[in-house]
Ligand binder design. Sequence first.
Ligand code: FES
Ligand code: FES
Length: 153
Amino acid sequence: MTVRLKVNGMAREGRCPPRKLLVDFLREDLALTGTHVGCEHGICGACTILFNGEAARSCLLLAVQADGAELMTVEGLVRDGALHPLQEAFREHHGLQCGFCTPGMLLTALDLLRAHPEPTEDDIREGLSAVLCRCTGYHGIIKAVQAAAPRLR
Ligand code: FES
Ligand code: FES
C-alpha cells in the first residue's frame, strides 16, 4: 500500500504492507527513529505522536490509517536547530534520564498544554499518567511542564 502523509510539516510517502504499524513505518520507512517503541500494545506511551493535532499511540495505529493525515513526531519540535521551549524546560528541570520515555512525554505534554494552557499540578499529573517513565519518578518532568506552560501561552 502507498501511504502519503505530512510529517513535521513535510510531505512524505512510503509503501508498506497493510498490516504494518504506524510506529514501525515512521521508524523503518521514514527513518524517524525519535519515536520509541516500548510495549507495543498501548500501555507505556513511548510511541506517542501528534496525529492531526492530538496525542495518539502510534503502536495502536496502522500506517495505512495515517494516509492523508498530518503527524508530528519529536523530530518536529526542533526549529532551525534550536530546541523547543518544552525541550529546554525538560533540560533545565532534569525531566529526563535515560530518555526512553521522553519523545512520548514531550508530545503528550504538548497536547496537554494546548488543551490546558494554565494547568494545575493535578492536570499535569493526570495528563502525563498516559506515559510511563522508569527513571525519574516524574518530579522533574512535572516541574518541566509547569515551567514550559507560561512560555507556550
Ligand atoms: S509502544 Fe505504544 S504505548 Fe507502548
Ligand atoms: S527517562 Fe528513562 S524511562 Fe523516562
